[in-house]
Design a protein around this ligand. Sequence first.
Ligand code: CUA
Length: 152
Amino acid sequence: RYEKIWFGVAVLLIVAFIGTVAYGAVGAGIEMVDDDGGTIDPNNLSDHERFGDTGVHQVGDGEFEVNMIAVHPSFIPNDIEIPEGSTVTFYMTASDVTHGFNIAGTNVNSMIIPGQITEITVEFDESGTYGFVCHEYCGSLHHEMEGQIQVV
Ligand code: CUA
């Protein structure tokens, strides 16, 4: 009978997990994922296959990925340049505390949390400079935590 109880708990956890992921994806086009179903060590991001290699990476025709670390009071990288018409997927994590990520002129508005990956895909169809800021209080220099995306 213990097997039955554990099976029930496992089913509940799976249903809850799927529900959480589905809600996040449908709700805002944003998905919080653990790395390969595991965890990320916020204190050892340099060994992580994605966050050990921060910056902009072209992955296809007009497709880019940005691996970003938020650490008070900076985003790494904080000055991003991509061609007009690009589709950019941001993969973000934090190494210290919870931060925010809000790109002006878009509907991007998310949290960046230690131990998790925040994944957001954005199309940049118009050239210009898009500023982004941390909008979650994270320390004394919170107001200086910002960067820009130059679409050229
Ligand atoms: Cu980071 Cu506020």
